[in-house]
Design a protein around this ligand. Structure first.
Ligand SMILES: [Zn+2]
Length: 357
């Protein structure tokens, strides 16, 4: 991804903070936020207002985790995986097989495109659903390719091995709880984009190859209307991330994430949380109570955003300091932060999709 229209050498945080429009969000207290109109989904912005998890559901779901599996998934993905290489196929097969083993329906969206330096390439987006016949989907997405960097070994731990592993871990940990989504009208989709990274210099024809192809194809096929919201995970795994609400039409959903983080924190259910220093802006939380009204960050969501698909972009600002350097390897991964974020995203998914009894 890229911070758009900014000279690369300028400090990202400073420029971003100066240039972006930052507004403090009004925290209404999630319990009192009952206006159904606040919760809108899909390109047609229809109302959908799932109730919050009850206390017993919240405690039950908060206890679900498999940290060993998450680490194993990261290890399996954390190899150089540049499009067109043998490793890239190995990682793709690993993702596909892991989900098929959990009884997900997995298909590849394969296509050819040409990239600078390397030439013709065969790309494969991975699309996994619990119910291919559902009417609408919450889509959780990340990219599984790693950046082509001649002469250095680039592993892309935060970019985006950890986000991919978090999605596989979610499918594994929630296997039984998500069973009802195999027949539900509103279901879950996991999307692993290919070719997010530029090969030479980031630009409209050299970057987000998979996302550009898929958004265009689904528009032609009329499938974009079945996306409630695209939640894009990127650059996760380093300590002390700070997230912001980037888009007005998903702000209520962003506030759900913020509320879940608070709820977990109040009950002491987050690991090494109070002492970690957490975010640079408000050091007590990951999800900041601020909106950043700006389109400075280019990423896989852009072709969908341009076609009016609601977007939740879970990317820290500033980016991790190791971004696009050989230091984006296992040593940068903070497993407490990673486990905490994985937990928040799992709870959000359950709250969003599960019918309440
Ligand atoms: Zn990258």
């Amino acid at each position: 991804m890229l911070l758009n229209k900014l000279p690369q050498h300028i400090n990202i945080w400073n420029v971003c903070m100066q240039a972006a429009l930052i507004a403090t969000l009004t925290i209404t207290g999630s319990k009192s936020q009952t206006a159904t109109g606040d919760y809108l989904v899909g390109r047609k912005q229809t109302s959908y207002n799932p109730s919050e998890l009850s206390e017993s559901q919240f405690l039950e779901y908060s206890n679900l985790s498999d940290k060993q599996h998450l680490r194993e998934a990261i290890r399996n993905i954390l190899i150089p995986r540049v499009v067109g290489t043998g490793n890239h196929s190995i990682v793709r097969q690993y993702i596909v097989q892991s989900l098929r083993d959990l009884d997900w329906k997995v298909e590849l969206n394969s296509f050819h495109d040409t990239a600078p330096i390397v030439g013709a390439l065969h790309f494969h987006n991975i699309i996994a659903t619990l119910n291919p016949k559902a009417e609408s989907y919450l889509v959780l997405a990340c990219h599984y390719d790693s950046k082509y960097m001649p002469d250095v070994e680039f592993l892309g731990a935060t970019d985006s091995a950890v986000p991919c592993a978090m999605l596989l871990n979610l499918a594994h940990v929630l296997e039984k709880h998500l069973g009802s989504l195999k027949t539900a009208k509103r279901s879950l989709m996991l999307l692993f984009f290919d070719g997010e990274e530029a090969f030479d210099e980031w630009g409209p024809k050299d970057s987000i190859y998979g996302a550009r192809h898929l958004a265009q194809r689904w528009e032609k096929e009329g499938k974009l209307d079945s996306i409630d919201m695209l939640v894009l995970l990127d650059l996760l795994g380093a300590p002390d991330p700070a997230f912001y609400s980037f888009f007005a039409n998903t702000e209520s959903w962003y506030m759900r994430l913020l509320a879940l983080e608070s709820r977990l924190s109040q009950r002491g259910l987050l690991e090494q949380y109070t002492s970690s220093g957490v975010a640079p802006r408000d050091p007590t939380r990951y999800f900041q109570a601020q909106a950043m009204r700006s389109s400075y960050i280019e990423d896989d969501h852009i072709p969908f955003l341009k076609r009016n698909v609601p977007i939740l972009h879970l990317i820290p600002v500033p980016f991790p300091t190791v971004w696009h350097t050989p230091d984006d390897n296992e040593s940068v991964i903070d497993y407490s932060t990673t486990d905490n974020l994985a937990l928040i995203i799992r709870l959000f998914t359950l709250e969003y999709l599960l019918e309440k009894s």
